[in-house]
Design a protein around this ligand. Structure first.
Ligand code: PMP
Length: 371
């Protein structure tokens, strides 16, 4: 009772991640088929591991400057300038993509502002928007997870502060086509709404090349990171780039919160930028094909074009009922769609797993479709 009174209102506006609940259930299983994990299954490339070890050995263990160690910050700034050529665009190295998202929402959203989120969404968007007191406005993208810009225009009100875009997307694997990205970028610009583009899966595009809305709207705030591109989610290195005034505010809060991204791993991330991850991406394209070919004839599935997720419709029951049986009777760990959505009709498969595990998972799902 006493302790309850200490808990702030903002703690009551969201629940612990539903993905954790599946992890807890799965922890009790012997030899589960684990298709629940949202991180690459390949090892951090050797030169990147060596760069981290070297940085530690050479004493880069103190704080870095808040905006990021020059070795990484300046390299990113050069790349961003070459890619986009915006004169007002600045880089901030953050503590993971999550750190960048947190700083961005904290420094832009006032209580009562509206934040537009495409449903299904990455779990963190809903929770973070609520923490900062936003009213979350969902724009539904079922059944094919395409972005319908007319629907976004309809959802915009005078209180709309921000739109969160994630392409390639978690949990659907959808990649927004260039025309939609452009139309969304232009809508945000015309209506003076901040467009935040979470590009953490930008390297994982299998059927075309990635297109950032920043190309069409120079005021776009981009959030990105190394967790997925170089399989180093535990190292907590991400970055943001956007209009200098926004980056300035985010840097200010980073001084009083994260302080800096882990310093030695910033050196490792700088080394990672010199590597070509095309072989890993090609391997994941094949994994995507394994899943799509394995499920196409028995599941309603929009073929994912990016990231490392598929989001099929449950062939019977709710998403939650289907996943409960998958875990309890087939030892298959997948995530119910309602973790990412207001609907409870689908489930998420992560194919960031060895081929043998994917094959076992596909087999179990084929059996379940017939139940
Ligand atoms: N955005 C999306 C869409 C993600 O899927 C994830 C990780 N699951 C993140 C951000 C957070 O990544 P990071 O490890 O860089 O904080």
């Amino acid at each position: 009772m006493m302790i309850d009174r200490w808990i702030a209102e903002r703690a009551r506006c969201f629940d612990a991640s539903g993905i954790r609940r599946v992890f807890d259930l799965g922890a009790k299983l012997v030899d589960p088929i684990n298709l629940s994990i949202g991180q690459p299954d390949f090892e951090v490339p050797e030169p990147v591991r060596q760069a981290a070890i070297d940085a530690i050995d050479q004493g880069y263990n103190g704080y870095s400057v808040t905006q990021g160690a020059a070795v990484l910050h300046d390299k990113l700034q050069t790349r961003v300038d070459a890619d986009l050529g915006h004169d007002d665009r600045r880089v901030l190295v953050t503590s993971g993509t999550s750190g960048g998202l947190f700083l961005a929402l904290m420094m832009t959203v006032n209580p009562g502002d509206e934040v537009i989120v495409f449903d299904p969404y990455f779990v963190m968007y809903d929770a973070l928007a609520r923490v900062v007191g936003a009213r979350v406005v969902h724009v539904d993208t079922y059944p094919d997870f395409r972005i319908d810009v007319d629907r976004v225009a309809t959802a915009v009100t005078p209180r709309t502060k921000l739109i969160l875009l994630n392409s390639p997307a978690n949990p659907t694997g959808a990649v927004a086509d260039e025309a939609s990205v452009r139309a969304l970028a232009e809508l945000a610009d015309q209506r003076d709404i901040l467009l935040v583009s979470d590009e953490i899966y930008r390297d994982y595009c299998y059927d075309g090349s990635f297109v950032s809305p920043a190309r069409f709207n120079p005021r776009t705030l981009v959030i990105d990171g190394f967790s997925k591109s170089h399989a180093m989610p535990g190292w907590r290195v991400g970055f943001a780039h956007g209009p200098a005034a926004l980056i300035h505010e985010m840097t200010k809060l980073q001084q009083y919160s994260f302080v800096c991204a882990p310093h030695p791993f910033q050196w490792a991330a700088a080394a990672a930028m010199d590597l070509d991850n095309a072989p890993q991406i090609a391997a994941y394209r094949r994994k995507r094909d394994l899943v799509v070919q394995g499920l196409a004839d028995c599941y309603e599935l929009t073929a994912p074009q990016g990231a490392f997720y598929a989001f099929p419709k449950a062939p019977w029951g709710t998403g939650t009922q289907f996943v409960e049986r998958a875990i309890n009777e087939h030892k298959l760990l997948i995530i119910p769609g309602n973790v990412f959505s207001r609907r409870d009709t689908h489930f998420r498969i992560s194919y960031a797993a060895p081929d043998a595990v994917i094959e076992r998972g596909v087999e179990a799902l084929r059996r379940m479709a017939r139940e």
